[in-house]
Design a binder for this molecule. Structure first.
Ligand SMILES: *Cc1c(COP(=O)(O)O)cnc(C)c1O
Length: 467
């Protein structure tokens, strides 16, 4: 399997190349050259597999020759062995045709663990084959950093340094990062804001000498391997509900468009998905696009569902590429226009085609709190703010003919306890396996907002581990 850039001016690569590169050199995103296709018989043959074995089966056409199937299977088994639920991504029934799929049983209680755990191990495998190492650096306001740290901790070929704004993350979020004491993990608390942290990371990458010396890399959400590792849970849910002999729909609380793009990919691979529903909070650029073919940037506003507070959904470019019949010239032109004018529309016929699959819905903060309360009262189900948006979006766009909708529950309620307390007056407890989070020892270094200080810190960590 080869991968091409959505903008057409980067060399094609195999899976290992795409994994290590992330963003293509022309600023585009990598897409598989052709979509793998599974027949009805192929899907049926996957029924009854464990989640990890199913994941290896679904990912193998994307991985191609880069990693042998047996190795991929062990990587998937190891990735999901530490999850807090034996089904990894269990379904919970909420109404006769509405289900939640819980994607929050991983080490950091949010859906990004499902892909990140695999990604860290894929990196290790490919780096060992090339006998090299990388240093992953990133900035976090709380959530993505912890998933990346958990994924990279104790990996042999990776060092990871994550910057967070000192005193400006919640205690749960900080502890999820700083209590990981693996020797290859560095947590740096910057005396500044999240934007200062992000600027420091950009400056680290912009220093070409430092970048090469440290072999800097990132694990951001545009990495194709993350999308590939998110396809299996859509397959698992669909098979459990009767696919390929029955259609299903999915509703996804959406930010960067990575999660729902994986559902789109599953559909392209032949899974009978009748409908995809995009859920957003008041940062509703995607909902406006799907409702009236108007994608226009507005400033980001903070909400109770912070992981969906976005101005631009970077993975949308992949859908755009598909909608424009994989024309890289048209895709590059549309993205350039979007950057210059802050607005994008697609041709009418294209938009009507996409509306045949995608529906969209938005929820304000008060509506989200009300939905958490309603769900708890109606069926005793406790959803976090992000999950509640996905569930409300599914209820707003039910399918006909008894087609069930599965709403993605992307975070554990204990991750955003304030909103839950506001909704039902109860503070949700952490799962038993992390009940001691507040007693665990922490390790982090406080540094000023100063590039040289951060560089010295990264160099020291890498020096200790590569010797
Ligand atoms: C990252 C995240 C999202 C958004 O997912 P995208 O792939 O960026 O669309 C939704 N909910 C939670 C809890 C998240 O962490």
């Amino acid at each position: 399997m080869r991968y091409v850039s959505t903008r057409g001016h980067a060399p094609s690569r195999d899976f290992a190349g795409v994994l290590l590169t992330g963003l293509a050199e022309d600023g585009g995103l990598f897409m598989p050259e052709t979509w793998p296709h599974f027949s009805a018989a192929d899907w049926r043959a996957m029924r009854g597999l464990s989640y990890a074995d199913l994941a290896a089966r679904v990912m193998t056409p994307f991985v191609g020759e880069s990693i042998p199937f047996a190795t991929l299977t062990s990587i998937c088994r190891e990735s999901y062995a530490g999850f807090g639920h034996p089904a990894v991504a269990p379904l919970v029934q909420l109404e006769s045709h509405l289900f939640a799929q819980e994607l929050f049983h991983g080490p950091t209680l949010a859906f990004k663990d499902l892909a990140m755990q695999v990604l860290g191990r894929l990196f290790d495998h490919v780096l060992a084959e090339r006998d090299t190492r990388v240093t992953i650096v990133g900035a976090t306001s709380g959530d993505t950093g912890s998933a990346a740290i958990e994924a990279c901790a104790n990996r042999e070929r990776i060092d990871i340094v994550i910057l967070h704004p000192h005193g400006r993350t919640s205690e749960v979020q900080r502890r999820q990062m700083t209590t990981v004491l693996a020797p290859n993990v560095g947590n740096v608390a910057i005396e500044g804001t999240f934007d200062d942290c992000q600027d420091l990371v950009k400056a680290l990458f912009a220093d070409a000498g430092f970048r090469t010396e440290m072999a800097l890399s990132a694990v951001n959400s545009i990495n194709w391997a993350r999308i590939a590792a998110q396809i299996p849970y859509y397959v698992a849910a669909a098979l459990a509900l009767g696919a390929p002999d029955r259609e299903v729909a999915f509703s996804v609380p959406t930010g960067n468009f990575g999660n729902i793009l994986a559902a789109w990919a599953a559909r392209r691979m032949g899974l009978p998905i009748a409908r995809l529903v995009v859920g957003s909070n008041r940062n509703d650029i995607l909902t406006r696009f799907f409702e009236k073919n108007d994608m226009s940037m507005t400033p980001v506003e903070p909400t109770l569902s912070p992981s969906m507070d976005i101005q631009v959904s970077s993975n949308f470019e992949r859908l755009l590429f598909e909608l424009l019949d994989r024309d890289p010239v048209a895709t590059a032109a549309a993205m350039r226009g979007f950057r210059e004018t802050g607005r994008m529309t697609v041709p009418d016929t294209t938009w009507h085609r996409v509306r045949g699959v995608f529906h969209a819905f938005r929820l304000s903060d008060p509506e989200t709190v009300a939905e958490i309360r309603r769900l708890y009262t109606a069926c005793g189900y406790l959803a976090d703010t992000h999950s509640a948006i996905g569930i409300a979006a599914a209820r707003a766009h039910p399918c006909a003919h008894g087609v069930p909708t599965v709403a993605m529950a992307t975070a554990h309620p204990a991750k955003f306890p304030d909103a839950i307390e506001q909704a039902i007056g109860i503070r949700p407890a952490l799962p038993a396996r992390m009940a001691d989070l507040f007693e665990r020892p922490e390790r982090f270094t406080v540094l000023p907002d100063d590039l040289a200080a951060v560089q010295a810190n990264v160099r020291a960590l890498v020096g200790r581990n590569s010797g």
